[in-house]
Design a protein around this ligand. Sequence first.
Ligand code: ATP
Ligand code: MG
Ligand code: MG
Ligand code: MG
Length: 563
Amino acid sequence: MRVSQFFISTLKEAPSEAELPSHQLMMRAGYIKKLASGLYTWMPLGLRVLRKVENVVREEMDRSGGVELLMPAVQPAELWQETGRWEVFGPQMLKIRDRHDHQFCFGPTHEEVITDIARREIRSYRQLPINFYQIQTKFRDEVRPRFGVMRAREFVMKDAYSFHADFASLEQTYRVMYDTYTRIFTRLGLQFRAVAADTGAIGGSGSHEFHVLADSGEDALAFCPDSDYAANVELAEAVAPSTPRAPATQEMQKVITPGQKTIEEVAAFFDTSAQSVLKAIAVITHEGEFVLLLLRGDHQLNEIKASKVLGEFRFASDDDIHRNMNCRSGYIGPVNAKIRVLADRAAAAMSDFICGANEDGFHYSGVNFGRDVHLDEANVHDLRNVVEGDASPDGKGSLELCRGIEVGHIFQLRTKYSESLQATYLDENGKTQVMEMGCYGIGVSRIVAAAIEQNFDERGITLPAGMAPFQVAIAPIGIKKSEAVRNAAEQLYAELTKAGIEVLLDDRDERPGVMFADLELIGIPHRIVIGDRGLKEGNVEYQGRRDPAAQAVPLQDVAKLVQ
Ligand code: ATP
Ligand code: MG
Ligand code: MG
Ligand code: MG
């Protein structure tokens, strides 16, 4: 590529709102341009980097048996109503209406759409397992879009969804995806760590996040160097009152602040007597969203008040309850035998969740049944106030803390979506069974920013060759004046291009200082400076982006050097 035919627009200064090095450098290098809060254009230079990440992700997904498809970004409300997430997802979802006044959202994620595909297309166990994936644009109306593409509103995600005949098959694919993610982040040259994680608004049981390690990361991670224990410590500040929240959620927080309210206070809020409420478990996510509430009462609780607190919540059939249980949303009402079983399951899942995999900012307030369902406090590890050196929950050593940027997240969804959307198949015996499901996300556009957080110096971006926009820059000094320089530059450009190397020829005839500053800022791993003086001895100047100084090399050796 010739600079004269390409588009480079670097800036001397980053905009003042850019706090992180990656945001500053992506703006200064002209990788991205801001359109509005959380909305960015990927400029030609940045797009080349984004595509590199995409390609690595695609290659590794294909290699591990993923099947690519592409779903619409715009999704009908009805599907989300079927799973109950139209109400529950919260203000991150951008809702829109078409000309017929039909409601849609701009997809923040695609569990509903893919499960709709599965329920229509998959009939038999013979079609399972299958792992669909796409690389596609998502929209989430983030409370605080910031750090450029790191926390944008519109961003590129790779999202995969697997369907299975049984849990063992899901576990197997989950492990394959875990390994695939490890390969992807290793290939991209990132320093990263996989940690046990929270399942958030996506739901499900087992879950891991992959974090690029960086001091600027929004997540705190606790890990034990003596074992494989590692978990996301969802930050205590995330539940501090200063964090903006949706109104319904704020109200919820007031009513049930985990560990602080007595059951009498909870009961009072729901207009019932303390005696009739024998158990309440409230789990509130770090974003302040309500996750699960079980109340046992002698009489029907006041659902209108409840829905005021919980947002527009639906409590209807047993199926509804079942579904809500599975997705850890909520149920309020008297306990019957079926609910007892469900409550047992939920409590069991939760204590697993809290003690084993997922401590992240999930709090609970539990009041004993006096019977068999309770959370085992001995197994609850609240990592929020953890300090370096605390004992690791697995008892194998002490914890260390570091910060990370979440670039990938894998979930065992189990039957959360397949049950509510009735995604079933016929097993070997012709019996109808609900599919097991997993989902696996990667923040493709966030990776670019995260990688730069790990790869920069005072002169600019130092991305590894696999992600850099071009591999080699040719910087001819006085290209218009000197025929020798022009010929050498053109010849080298042709030779390297022919060898399949991505070369950027700076044919702008700029002063060396300007050329060097630009080429260093945008992060090209190899730079070849061609000048009259060196050419007299058959030499050019070579400098690797991370080398302290340039060195003279014979022109004919360049191709070998940069391969
Ligand atoms: P976060 O905790 O950072 O808000 P998330 O847990 O909400 O992320 P997931 O639902 O797990 O995100 O989505 C899968 C991946 O998409 C994340 O691991 C992350 O890399 C990426 N991602 C999520 N939100 C954004 C965003 N606003 N901008 C850029 N990438 C994002
Ligand atoms: Mg999020
Ligand atoms: Mg997260
Ligand atoms: Mg996540």
